[in-house]
Write a protein that binds this ligand. Structure first.
Ligand SMILES: Cc1ncc(COP(=O)(O)O)c(C=O)c1O
Length: 379
């Protein structure tokens, strides 16, 4: 099956439950004992194994091309449980210097309290990685498309390096989704998502996903089961419903974001546009070779700095001035005050996240209307 068909049919129950064409919500906390011999197989919502969970797991694994998948109560539940299933006191991890703010903060604030250390590396410079390895390095963590600067780092090299050095490679595929990039095909061991974003696509739930081999996902499920990070069946239903239109939405948003980025790059009030789809971007050739598009996000800086950024956010009419991304409505935010506010000013400066940077998540509106609105606000 091609990916569009998998979105509709993969994992669905056959025969259909009571003939229902759309998967019903099984709003039951517990189920009659079915002979399970392992605690983690007892059917109970916290153990992430009701009918709404198992159907979603099968669909998500089919989409990512992995043996199995697991939904969680948020993207951060997926990320923290994955890392804590691999890392123990004394361990060390490599991560790209330029991750989503919450993940970055988890590496720098939470893991050290457990005696786990992280070295941030430039995932664009493979020649620098070996020198950062220690005998206790266990994993290498990257994102497919970085947030908010829309960069694409040396992804196949990360997976190969991890394999060669016995590390587990982990990739956050939130911004690309399996429509644009399937990390397992490039050798990544574990894939995480904030399903809050494109996978659900409607700005109405918080959810996460972990996908990979059964060997790698089973320890994550144990952690999620014990930390209580399961996804509620009603949120499972909404995620399931949202997934069916993923390909249509992501392709529209990718094309629209590239058009908007091109228009912004031509406007005299704009100093710089960040989007690897633009031909003069450092990662353009790699992005074109590896990905089926760059997704719906872009970022830009204004010639007039923070004052200009503030005025732009006040004067734009269509976007909501709000964090998050991947929904049907266009959202605009300043990452220094929202998604990356948890980073120190020095860390933001090192990563190139200036105070005046505006991040836009392109929604499903007509591209022409967005360009007209942005142009009017800039003018
Ligand atoms: C790339 C990326 N990963 C993970 C997360 C965390 O996801 P959640 O908010 O669903 O916990 C986010 C949230 O913005 C994100 O942008």
């Amino acid at each position: 099956m091609r990916v569009e068909t998998k979105l509709i049919h993969a994992g669905e129950l056959r025969p259909r439950p009571q003939g229902a064409v759309s998967m019903p919500i099984y709003q039951s906390a517990t189920y009659e004992y079915g002979g399970a011999t392992d605690y983690h197989d007892i059917q109970y919502i916290r153990l992430n194994n009701t009918p709404n969970h198992t159907v979603l797991h099968a669909k998500l694994a089919a989409l990512e091309g992995t043996e199995t998948a697991l939904v969680t109560s948020s993207g951060m539940a997926a990320i923290s449980s994955t890392l804590l299933s691999i890392l123990a006191t004394g361990d060390h991890v490599l991560a790209h210097d330029g991750l989503y703010g919450g993940t970055s903060d988890f590496f720098t604030t939470d893991l050290p309290k457990l005696g786990i250390t992280c070295t941030f590396v430039d995932a664009n410079r493979p020649e620098t990685w070996e020198a950062q390895l220690t005998p206790k390095t266990r994993a290498f963590y990257v994102e497919t498309i970085t947030n908010p600067l829309v960069q694409v780092v040396a992804l196949p090299e990360v997976a190969r390096f991890a394999k060669a050095h016995g590390l587990i490679s982990i990739i956050d595929n939130t911004l690309a989704t399996p429509i644009l990039f399937r990390p397992a095909e490039h050798g990544f061991d574990l894939i995480v998502h904030s399903a809050t974003k494109y996978l659900n696509g409607h700005s109405d739930i918080v959810a996460g996903v972990v996908a990979g081999s059964a060997k790698h996902v089973a320890p994550v499920k144990h952690k999620v089961d014990h930390f209580g990070g399961s996804l509620d069946p009603h949120a499972c239903f909404l995620l399931h419903r949202g997934l069916k239109t993923l390909a249509l939405r992501v392709r529209h948003q990718s094309a629209s974001a590239l058009e908007v980025a091109t228009a912004l790059a031509r406007h005299p009030a704009v100093k710089r546009v960040h989007h690897a789809g633009l031909p003069d971007h450092r990662d353009h050739a790699r992005a074109k070779q590896l990905l089926g598009g760059l997704g719906g996000m872009l970022a830009f800086e204004l010639a007039d700095g923070v004052a200009g950024a503030t005025r732009f956010l006040e004067r734009m009419r269509l976007p909501a001035h709000a964090p998050s991304l991947g929904g049907p409505e266009t959202l605009a935010t300043r990452p220094a005050t929202t998604s990356h506010a948890g980073l120190s000013p020095q860390a933001r400066a090192r990563q190139g996240i200036t105070d005046d940077l505006i991040r836009i998540s392109i929604g499903l509106e007509a591209t022409e209307d967005l360009i007209e609105d942005f142009t009017a606000a800039l003018t």
